[in-house]
Ligand binder design. Structure first.
Ligand code: GLN
Ligand code: ZN
Length: 749
């Protein structure tokens, strides 16, 4: 018996980040459109060849993109807002992606629970879309020339697309407009000799899916009439309550994710229709670990006992992992050999297919087994960490005094105190310093002296401006997670492990591979340097445990909760050391706390429970006199306010300018009683806010609030801004706070 193998998408940034480089040269005007498009086509055909050579039977076609695959579908379907209509071609495309001459770009948001961000389609009430599939069809044609019948076009389903859009009016009406366009596309693909298509329908795993039964059923009934076999693809979680009716849809195959959620239970409970093929997403596309043969084989056995008609594939698009783990020659071999990036994942799919069809001559599964055993020897458990975790008590998660009692013991400050979020401009001079140090062109002493000079200037500047609580500026940090990961045991870093965050922005997430521990203090030196230069309080600056976890590739053999707690324990030691070094204020940033929320609402509370505990574990060691701050960016608080309260931070700084005070209102309306850092201006904009604007922003935001509860600060770190913008903006901010402070004091008299 031969088992079919398939892919659901592949990395599309180029093995050497060719797409980013091509985009940047194009945007800077140094190359033309044809050069850019040729780069995309080269990356694409290299990807196809890799998958062909790996032996994949059905290779997904059409996800390679100039910026974002959701934007591509908006454009193909002619879903283009009026403000972009006067533009054409690439000008229009990139204006939608990045804005242009005062025309705001489409909004960007997270793609389900991944760290990839897509551009939100905008669909107005009177939208009458006109499709243009020429470019997509040309791609399919190119793929057929290269890989023939293996080419399997992947299409974003209209229901998922609409649910992800900013929609004016009713979904059904828009769906009615879109379906003929999709039918038309399928008809053309059929005429081209395509054997089958993938329709990607990830919305089916979310909490809103049960409401979509009519829309989804109508869609597949209508599209089935074309007569081209449709393979319905889901991923990231299980089908939940939708399982029974999804099985009834008139499609040739259905793909389910067996690496997350409870699809196996659903399969056991409801069975699988004999007229369809089950696509088994069994090689985890969201992590970078090789599979462990035993659990995977037992899952496959269970699946095969229910249906024999299966195909095997990664659990989702491989865009969430880098290209090739074997390139990471700097990593110790035992670790490298258990890493699996896209190329290794393809191989794993093939190993499983061969094993199931009884023809794995080289016994590659046994090789995997040995590689894991070698890794475990190389990376033994850290008993100290495990014992500490085992012996935690509720007291370890609890500050010794409650907020109201510790408040009076904390440092005295004027009302409306001013501060910043941590980082100051990362000039090319600062970046050069770090690069030279890393290359060994600068001794440690020289490097530190140069960083200290930056700190000194930054402190002087903040003093001159009159800020109340100072920061050292974070000049020694490339990135708020990497900086800590590099100093913690249990983390590894890759050379080529880039994944797309959005558009031309790629990140290299750290890999958590072992028990996390802190060999020595990570931030104390820079804090001390800064604090020695001023009588004003300097904040110690840490990245929180949940953010470090959510922005890394986690281990697969330990729960996320345990990993978060291990990181929290390391940070807890850092908090104690900062305090011992004289820090009266310590900030623990958690911008990614909300990002970790599971797709299904019913699993939120479980996540929030341990995520908040992890923060508390890191912070609770602080003495009552130490003021603990946290910071979160661009996040809605309304539905998680109880959890934000449970963080028990003394101060939380939030975005509040872009949302026009909405965030502040949300937080205070819910009765949040601790202090709030009011992010009074948008650091993403180069525009310097005037004192009048800032006074107005503050006045309108805080009229109904006790002034004692409010801090004044920018809405995020300043590292992406230039000094010429930062200095006047902060001056105006301090001036605005002063004006309101004097007003309040006068009123009090
Ligand atoms: N302390 C960090 C900084 O200022 C916070 C960054 C963030 O919230 N993303 O850069
Ligand atoms: Zn921020």
């Amino acid at each position: 018996m031969n088992i079919l193998t398939m892919t659901l998408g592949y990395p599309r940034i180029g093995k050497n980040r060719e797409v980013k480089k091509a985009l940047e040269t194009f945007w800077s005007g140094k190359s033309d459109a044809e050069t850019l498009l040729q780069t995309i086509r080269d990356v694409e055909s290299t990807n196809w060849k890799t998958q062909l050579e790996a032996g994949i039977d059905r290779i997904s076609i059409g996800d390679t993109t100039l910026y974002d695959h959701v934007l591509d579908w908006s454009v193909r379907l002619g879903l283009i807002s009026d403000r972009f209509r006067h533009l054409t071609g690439l000008d229009q495309y990139f204006a939608m992606a990045r804005g242009n001459d005062g025309i705001p770009a489409l909004e960007m948001t997270k793609w389900f629970d991944t760290n990839y961000h897509y551009l939100v389609p905008e669909i107005s009430a009177n939208s009458s879309p006109q499709a243009n599939f020429a470019e997509f069809l040309a791609t399919v044609q190119r793929s057929q020339a290269l890989i023939g019948e293996r080419a399997m076009p992947m299409i974003l389903s209209p229901v998922t697309l609409l649910k992800l859009s900013r929609l004016e009016g009713d979904l059904t009406a828009h769906l009615h407009n879109l379906l003929p366009l999709y039918s038309d596309l399928l008809t053309q693909l059929k005429a081209m000799g395509v054997l089958a298509v993938q329709l990607h329908e990830p919305i089916l795993v979310t909490s809103t899916a049960p409401d979509l039964q009519t829309a989804v059923t109508t869609t597949y009934q209508q599209l089935a009439q074309v007569g081209l076999p449709i393979h319905l693809v889901t991923y990231f979680d299980d089908l939940g309550a939708t399982y029974p009716w999804v099985m009834e849809l008139p499609v040739a195959g259905i793909s389910l994710d067996f690496t997350r959620g409870r699809n196996l239970d659903l399969l056991n409970q409801h069975g699988f229709p004999s007229d369809k093929q089950l696509g088994v997403g069994i090689v985890d596309a969201r992590n970078i670990w090789k599979l462990r043969p035993e659990p995977v084989l037992s899952t496959l056995e269970a699946i095969q006992s229910i249906t024999a008609n299966i195909s095997l594939h990664p659990s989702a698009s491989l865009q969430f992992v880098p290209y090739d783990a074997q390139r990471e020659t700097q990593l110790p071999e035992p670790l490298r050999n258990v890493l699996s990036f896209a190329e290794q994942k393809l191989e794993e799919v093939m190993i499983l297919a061969d094993t199931l069809s009884g023809s794995d001559p080289d016994d590659r599964l046994a090789v995997l087994q040995t590689q894991w055993a070698t890794f475990e020897q190389f990376n033994p458990e850290n008993e100290r960490v495990h014992n500490k975790l085992k012996n935690l008590t509720t007291n370890d998660f609890q500050r010794s005094l409650s907020y109201s009692l510790r408040l009076d013991q904390q440092l005295p400050l004027p009302i409306l105190p001013t501060t910043t979020i941590g980082s100051f401009p990362q000039t090319s001079e600062v970046r050069q310093l770090r690069v030279k140090y890393k290359r060994g062109e600068l001794t440690e002493a020289d490097y530190q002296a140069a960083i200290d000079a930056q700190i000194a200037e930054c402190i002087k500047l903040q003093e001159n401006i009159g800020i109340d609580v100072l920061v050292h500026g974070e000049f020694e940090r490339t990135d708020m997670v990497e900086y800590f990961g590099q100093q913690l045991a249990g983390f590894a870093f890759t050379e080529h492990g880039w994944v797309q965050s959005y558009g031309s922005r790629y990140v290299r997430p750290p890999i958590i591979y072992g028990d996390v521990a802190r060999p020595q203090p990570m931030t104390v030196r820079e804090f001390q340097v800064a604090q020695a230069l001023t009588k004003k309080p300097v904040k110690g600056m840490l990245t929180g445990p949940v953010t470090i976890l959510n922005w890394s590739f986690p281990r697969a053999d330990l729960s996320r909760q345990e990993q978060a707690f291990q990181i929290a324990l390391a940070l807890r030691e850092e908090v104690a050391d900062l305090e011992a070094a004289g820090a009266q204020v310590i900030q623990i940033d958690e911008p990614a706390l909300r990002e970790g929320l599971p797709l299904k609402l019913e699993r939120w509370s479980e996540y929030l429970s341990w995520a908040v505990d992890a923060f508390r574990l890191a912070a609770a060691i602080a003495q009552p006199q130490t003021q603990i701050h946290t910071h979160m960016c661009y996040c809605e608080f309304g539905d998680i306010i109880k959890d934000i309260e449970r963080l028990d931070a003394d101060v939380i700084s939030i975005e509040n300018s872009r949302s026009n005070n909405r965030t502040l209102q949300e937080v205070t309306a819910a009765g949040y009683a601790h202090q709030i850092g009011n992010g009074v201006y948008d650091i993403h904009s180069p525009v310097v806010p005037t004192t009048e604007q800032l006074v107005q922003q503050l006045q309108s935001g805080i009229t109904n609030l006790p002034l004692r509860q409010i801090w004044v600060n920018p809405d995020c770190g300043l590292k992406t801004r230039r000094w010429e913008e930062v200095v006047p903006a902060l001056k105006n901010m301090v001036e605005a706070a002063k004006i309101l402070r004097e007003e309040a004091n006068a009123n009090a008299k």
